[in-house]
Design a protein around this ligand. Structure first.
Ligand code: ZN
Length: 295
């Protein structure tokens, strides 16, 4: 189960991993907390589909549902909406208050209940989500971490969240780290080495980038064979992803050479795992799970 804040996050964080596991026969469910109703148009070549508008909350929700259905198909995964409303990314100084009723303002138990229900119905062995910082400081991403963490811990407890199904304890919890500085540096240097213009130079040097604490990556899942599915899913989010932009700036053969992985941090495990020295990585989100489940 891959839990994400907005439609398109499943395509920019761990997408190739979900496509790979789905192709290998794992049942994969992407869960999206909000409808992405406050996302602006981020692709200059985007054209609002006929019969739709992108001005109102309802209009955006409808367009982003169309995009999400395409992305889901490209990845070969199942999908479920939790039905909360996008909080938007507050900007300005001082920051404006979040819109009333938005996901980030919903009290934790109320916000986590539909996810606990989804966990109890789908019965995942592995859950992926964001780290406590949200991975990037969008209030919905931080909230996505909070509800995922809560669901991982509460779904197996028969006394918690009554009325949301039979208890189910997931076995491993991971945080997505697809935007690590290690990855940006490796790709940046490889592009410079190949005489190409890198899109990451300014970011690597920037103050903002240095402010983000680096978290521990424990797990590198090899996914280069699934870059085409990831790219098709990204492109499906036409209102958000510029096909001439950042996500497509790196030649795919170079990416497959230098950084053929999705990165994760193992946050919790209820199965025994081998000890690893520094610099050694796990390569399968289901390590320790497959044998345990079959036994
Ligand atoms: Zn998001």
């Amino acid at each position: 189960m891959a839990v994400h804040a907005h439609p398109d996050d499943e395509s920019s964080k761990g997408a190739a991993t979900t496509a790979r596991y789905a192709a290998e026969g794992v049942e994969v469910l992407v869960v999206t907390c909000t409808g992405g109703e406050r996302g602006d148009i981020l692709n200059p070549s985007f054209e609002v589909p006929q019969g739709h508008e992108f001005e109102s909350v309802e209009g955006r929700r409808a367009v982003r549902r169309l995009e999400m259905a395409q992305a889901t198909e490209a990845l070969g995964v199942r999908h479920r909406w939790l039905g909360f409303v996008d909080s938007g990314l507050p900007e300005g100084d001082p920051l404006p208050p979040l819109p009333e009723g938005s996901f980030a303002l919903v009290p934790l138990e109320e916000a986590a209940a539909p996810l606990v229900q989804a966990v109890r119905e789908f019965r995942p062995h592995v859950i992926t989500t964001y780290d406590p910082s949200g991975g990037y400081p969008h209030p919905d991403h931080i909230k996505c971490h909070e509800v995922s963490f809560e669901a991982f811990h509460a779904a197996g407890d028969p006394d918690r969240y009554p009325g949301t199904g039979e208890p189910w304890q997931p076995l491993k919890l991971y945080y997505n780290h697809g935007f690590s500085m290690a990855r940006f540096r490796a790709v940046h240097e490889a592009m410079q080495g190949a005489g190409l213009e890198s899109p990451f130079g300014e970011w690597i040097e920037s103050h903002d980038a240095r402010e983000i604490p680096e978290r521990q990556v424990t797990t590198l899942v090899p996914v280069a064979d699934y870059f085409p599915q990831r790219d098709a899913a990204l492109t499906a989010h036409a209102s958000q992803i510029d096909p001439a932009g950042f996500f497509f700036a790196v030649p795919r053969d170079l990416e497959a050479d230098v950084w053929p992985w999705d990165e994760y941090e193992l946050a919790e495990s209820r199965v025994p795992l081998p000890e690893r020295a520094a610099g050694e990585y796990e390569h399968d989100l289901f390590e320790g799970v497959r044998s345990g489940v079959l036994a």
